[in-house]
Design a protein around this ligand. Structure first.
Ligand code: ADP
Ligand code: MG
Length: 691
């Protein structure tokens, strides 16, 4: 067995600081054999020569060719990582950052979090020894706020560039400037699709390196007729493959957690009913706990059927997949700047995505891809490419970050694709109403602090105003609870008990306050290991919330925002918390219309409370955390507020909304009517309530 791969390049002095192991584990050698088979491995020398010669290179290779796991190691071997710096590798997805960092730590025989680490929002696993770090693109963007020249990195690898996430797009522009100021910095842009020409051009004609794919042929089947129910069709197809096709694992692309878990159960039920051979069904989505994610990669005694979101399209490579089932949908962000509504919608995928998905079947041997749509709709209905996220997102958070970095001329920022002007205007307006920007568009002290919190600006604003309402402890808890996966569990076979358990925590004035109740109860019962289970609560999510809360508290104290609580027995206790919530959420307000129907102000959508809401009464005014569109239009996580609080905190916002050339008519009427009512009813009395 060869101990070290043959090396055809010279290792430089720089490398001496990287710890060398005396001996390696058996696992190391086992993986090494597999690594040598990866397509990129053959081009190691070529890669090293290129990256030494050029500051930026674009690297394109099929998913699974070894880009994400091998290239950072090549960079280290080439001696490009200077002492006490790192190679940073961005990933659009948290799951991928963790999973790949773990894999590479194994490959190099290190313990994760030591030499090789990762960093995602609210979770950093690195040490002073770390020289290789996988991090989400959003985290690198955040780091650049305090390290604008990215000086802790010698090499930056922007991975999955073809995904064109919002953060990656912004990093393109920022790093392009940094490269000019730091001739010693190297950049590798990696992509799974051949659309690299655009990247090359953008990065001043950077050279392209291509890793030939090692794809086996994939036979593609379309359904002759459109499918009415893609879930039912997907289950049927899994069963028929399992019954009559040869060896090989199955990968099904679905759109979200609930759908995936549900389908896993249904498939298991079918397999049992039909008395088929056992089939191992494995879900894969972003909030899946880590120990469950790793099961995807472990060998299984039986045929595996992995049911995944888009994560498995290019971010994670799972060996052994021979059959792919592609219903043709994914959850995609859309943003309507006019109504300011950003939502996740199940939408048809693009042709490029469909091709990537099919490719997953041909990794290890010839495979088959079953598209649950007609060939005609593939040809005529699917868009060629998915639109970059920057064209379909609310930009307020990233725009604040860019401004914070000192970029003032947003129009002339070096966008790869410039955002729609209206979207940009909306973002600036939002920031202005939140007090993050002054009249001239300069960032304010409040704006500076808002940008420090890894939260939506609205939530950050609430934390900043919370000391004045004597509820910063409570606001922290609410912000933390809103930043973790849903804490309420609702198992399919036990919905009634789960709903009954949830009722115990419901607060009659709002779901935000219920979250507070859950957190307090959790803290009281922390020692009792069964408590979460008995109450249908997600223990991991609550633990995470606790951790997030302390991180946010640290930022609060850094900016001298005092941690206070009011007197819980006072009648103003909950009222103050609700008033505080209004200072951030005034752009997400709904007014009761009739019965249980609400109208959202501004965008004038007709909505009802999400069934998960515990708010049984129907208050005149509510703020909400999310607008959800499924079979119905819902608002989720709602809390009662008062009209005068909204006027008090955001009068200008509502004035502007009603002024304009084309004001939303119903909204304008509502506001004017209520204002009149307010002024005739002792406004002052209401307003002088004790805090
Ligand atoms: P690319 O980035 O080009 O898509 P990767 O570097 O992610 O390719 O993957 C290369 C190979 O590494 C895969 O084919 C797979 O066999 C292996 N691999 C990656 N991650 C894991 C993991 N977590 N567990 C086991 N094998 C893995
Ligand atoms: Mg990759």
């Amino acid at each position: 067995k060869s101990v070290e791969p043959e090396e055809t390049y010279t290792v430089e002095e720089n490398n001496n600081w990287i710890p060398k192991k005396e001996s390696y584990s058996q696992k190391y050698y086992d993986i090494l054999e597999k690594r040598k088979d990866l397509p990129v491995w053959k081009q190691k020398a070529e890669f090293i020569e290129k990256i030494k010669k050029h500051q930026t290179i674009i690297l394109v290779g099929e998913t699974g060719s070894g880009k994400t796991t091998q290239i950072p190691q090549f960079v280290v071997d080439a001696g490009l990582v200077k002492p006490n710096t790192m190679v940073g590798v961005t990933q659009p997805r948290r799951v991928a950052a963790i999973s790949v960092a773990q894999r590479v730590a194994d490959e190099m025989d290190f313990k994760i979090g030591e030499e090789v680490g990762y960093s995602i929002r609210f979770e950093e696993k690195t040490s002073s020894k770390t020289f290789m770090k996988y991090l989400t693109d959003g985290m690198l963007l955040r780091e650049s706020m305090h390290d604008p020249l990215l000086e802790r990195y010698s090499v930056i690898i922007l991975d999955e560039a073809h995904e064109r996430t919002l953060s990656t797009d912004i990093l393109f522009g920022l790093i392009k400037t940094v490269l000019k100021k730091r001739p010693d910095l190297k950049l590798v842009v990696m992509s799974a699709t051949l659309e690299a020409g655009k990247f090359q051009k953008y990065f001043d004609n950077a050279p392209l390196m291509q890793v030939p794919g090692r794809l086996h042929p994939v036979e593609i089947f379309h359904t002759p007729e459109p499918e009415r129910d893609y879930l039912e069709a997907a289950i049927r197809t899994v069963i028929s493959i399992h019954k009559s096709e040869g060896e090989g694992d199955i990968l099904v692309f679905l759109t979200g957690e609930e759908e995936i878990e549900d389908t896993c159960l249904k498939i298991q039920r079918e397999v049992k009913n039909l008395r088929l051979d056992p089939l191992t069904t494995l879900p894969l989505y972003s909030t899946l706990p880590i120990y469950q994610q790793s099961r995807i990669f472990e060998p299984s005694e039986h045929r595996k059927c992995i049911i995944s979101t888009n994560i498995a399209e290019t971010s994670l490579t799972i060996d052994g997949i021979v059959y792919v089932i592609d219903p043709g949908f994914s959850k995609q962000k859309t943003y309507n700047p006019r109504s300011r509504v950003e939502s996740l919608l199940v939408s048809p995928i693009s042709k490029a995505s469909a091709k990537q998905r099919a490719g997953r079947a041909g990794r290890t041997k010839p495979g088959k891809c079953y598209r649950l749509y007609t060939e005609k709709s593939f040809r005529e209905e699917l868009e060629v490419q998915t639109h970059p996220e920057i064209l379909r997102s609310n930009l307020s958070s990233v725009i604040l970050q860019i401004l914070r970095l000192g970029v003032t001329d947003l129009v002339h920022f070096d966008w790869m694709d410039a955002p729609v002007p209206e979207t940009m205007m909306r973002a600036l307006e939002t920031l202005h109403y939140l007090g993050a920007l002054d009249g001239e568009g300069n960032i304010t002290k409040t704006g500076e602090i808002i940008s420090e919190f890894p939260l939506d600006p609205q939530l950050a604003k609430i934390l900043i105003t919370s000391p004045t309402f004597k509820c910063s402890n409570e606001a922290l808890t609410i912000a933390a609870m809103l930043s973790v996966p849903n804490v309420f569990q609702r198992p399919k076979d036990n919905r009634n008990d789960a709903d009954a358990a949830k009722k115990n925590f419901d607060h009659y004035e709002g779901d935000h306050l219920s979250l507070l109740n859950v957190y307090h109860a959790y803290k009281k019962n922390q020692e009792n290991t069964n408590w979460c289970y008995d109450n249908f609560l997600n223990f991991r999510a609550l633990k995470q919330a606790d951790n997030v809360r302390s991180q946010l508290a640290r930022i609060m104290s850094k900016y001298k925002l005092s941690l206070e609580s009011g007197d819980a027995s006072s009648r103003y206790y909950y009222q103050n918390i609700r008033r505080c919530l209004a200072t951030g959420f005034f752009m997400q307000v709904a007014k009761l219309e009739k019965k249980n129907q609400y109208l959202t102000l501004g965008d004038e959508q007709s909505v009802i409370f999400h069934p998960s809401s515990g708010l049984t009464k129907k208050p005149e005014w509510v703020i909400y955390n999310e607008f959800v569109l499924t079979s119905q239009q819902y608002i989720r996580t709602v809390t009662e507020v008062k009209f005068e609080w909204l006027m008090e905190t955001a009068g200008a916002y509502f004035n502007d909304m009603c002024a304009g050339q084309n004001p939303p008519k119903k909204t304008k009427d509502i506001i004017e009517k209520n204002r009149k009512y307010l002024s005739t009813n002792n406004y002052n009395n209401n307003n002088n309530q004790k805090r």
